[in-house]
Design a protein around this ligand. Structure first.
Ligand code: PMP
Length: 287
C-alpha cells in the first residue's frame, strides 16, 4: 500500500512528496524532530514527546507551527490513512524556507513534515535477546539535549556499528565516560544492584524512554542513579542495556570485545523491559 506523508498542511503520497530546496532543514540541518512509537494504535508517551519538541523548538527560537491539539489530530489521521496500528511517527519541524544565509530572517514560517512507518508489533522474546555495542568517541556539540536533525556524528557512529555487526554505538566523552548511544540512552546495573544512567544535561538527549524507565524503576523500588559512568565501569558491570522509543529496551551483552558478566541478559534489564512492556500495554499514559 502506498504511504501518505503530511507536508505543510497536506496529506501527500510519500513517494512524490518534497520540500523546497531552500528549506533551512535541507541546507543547514536547522530543525528538530521527534519519533513516537505506536503500539496497538496508541502513541506511547505522546505528552513527553510533545513537551520535548516544544523545548527543542524554543531552544532554537523556531516558532511552533501549530498547537498540540491539531498536531495530535494530524498524527492520528496519518496513522489512519496509512492503516498503521504498530509502528512509529516521524515528525520534523524546520525553521522554514529563506535564501541561503547563516543568519535567519525574523518571523519565519516553519516547515512541518510527518511520516509514519509500520513496524512489527512488540514481541517479548525478540526484545529479550541481548545485543552487542561498539564504542566510538563522542565528537558532538554541547547541546545534545536539543533533538536537532543535525546528526552527523550519530549517523557515522551508527554506520560503524552496523558495519561491525553491532546493534548500536555507545559514545565516549573526553573524560572516558559513556554519554549515550548514537540513537539511544545507555545504562548499566552495578554489582550492588544500582541502575545507572548518565545525568540529563547538554551531554545527552534526555530520552522519553529514559524518563519512563527512571519512573518505572523508582515506582518499583529499584535503586537508581543519574551520573556519569566510565567505559571501564560499564565493561565490569553486572548488566547493561540501551533504550529508545523504537528500540524500547535492549539488553547489552557485549561492549566492543568485552563480554558483560556471563554474556546473558540480566534480571534487572529483563524486569525493566517487562515493566516497560506493561506500560505500553496500558497505552503509554502518564502514571
Ligand atoms: N539519544 C539519542 C542521541 C537519540 O537519538 C535517541 C532516540 N531518538 C535517544 C537518546 C532516545 O530517546 P527516546 O527514548 O526519546 O527515543
Amino acid at each position: 500500500m502506498a504511504l501518505f506523508a503530511y507536508v505543510n498542511g497536506r496529506y501527500e503520497l510519500q513517494r512524490g512528496a518534497g520540500v523546497h530546496i531552500e528549506d533551512r532543514g535541507y541546507q543547514f540541518a536547522d530543525g528538530v524532530y521527534e519519533v513516537i512509537a505506536v503500539q496497538n494504535g496508541r502513541l506511547i508517551d505522546e505528552v513527553g514527546h510533545l513537551d520535548r519538541l516544544e523545548r527543542s523548538l524554543s531552544a532554537l527560537e523556531i516558532a511552533a507551527p501549530m498547537d498540540r491539539a491539531p498536531l495530535g489530530l494530524i498524527m492520528r489521521r496519518l496513522l489512519e490513512k496509512n492503516r498503521i496500528d504498530n509502528g512509529m511517527i516521524y515528525l520534523q519541524i524546520t525553521r522554514g524556507v529563506a535564501p541561503r544565509n547563516h543568519a535567519f530572517p525574523e518571523g519565519m514560517k516553519p516547515s512541518i513534515v510527518m511520516t509514519a512507518r509500520r513496524l512489527k508489533p512488540f514481541s517479548r522474546s525478540h526484545f529479550r535477546q541481548g545485543v552487542c555495542v561498539i564504542t566510538r568517541p563522542d565528537t558532538r556539540w554541547k547541546r545534545c539535549d536539543i533533538k536537532s536533525i543535525s546528526l552527523l556524528p550519530n549517523i557515522l557512529s551508527k554506520q560503524e556499528a552496523v558495519r561491525s555487526g553491532a546493534f548500536e554505538a555507545w559514545l565516549v566523552d573526553d573524560a572516558g565516560n559513556i554519554t549515550e548511544g548514537a540513537s539511544s540512552n545507555a545504562w548499566i546495573v552495578t554489582g550492588d544492584a544500582r541502575v545507572v544512567t548518565r545525568d540529563a544535561g547538554g551531554a545527552i538527549l534526555n530520552g522519553i524512554t529514559r524518563q519512563r524507565i527512571i519512573a518505572l524503576a523508582r515506582e518499583n523500588g529499584l535503586s537508581l542513579e543519574e551520573r556519569p559512568f566510565s567505559l571501564e565501569e560499564a565493561t565490569e558491570a553486572a548488566e547493561a542495556f540501551t533504550t529508545s522509543s523504537t528500540a524500547l529496551l535492549r539488553p547489552v551483552v557485549k561492549i566492543d570485545d568485552r563480554v558483560i558478566a556471563d554474556g546473558e541478559p540480566g534480571p534487572f534489564s529483563l524486569k525493566l523491559l517487562d515493566l516497560y512492556a506493561a506500560h505500553m500495554e496500558r497505552g503509554g499514559e502518564a502514571p
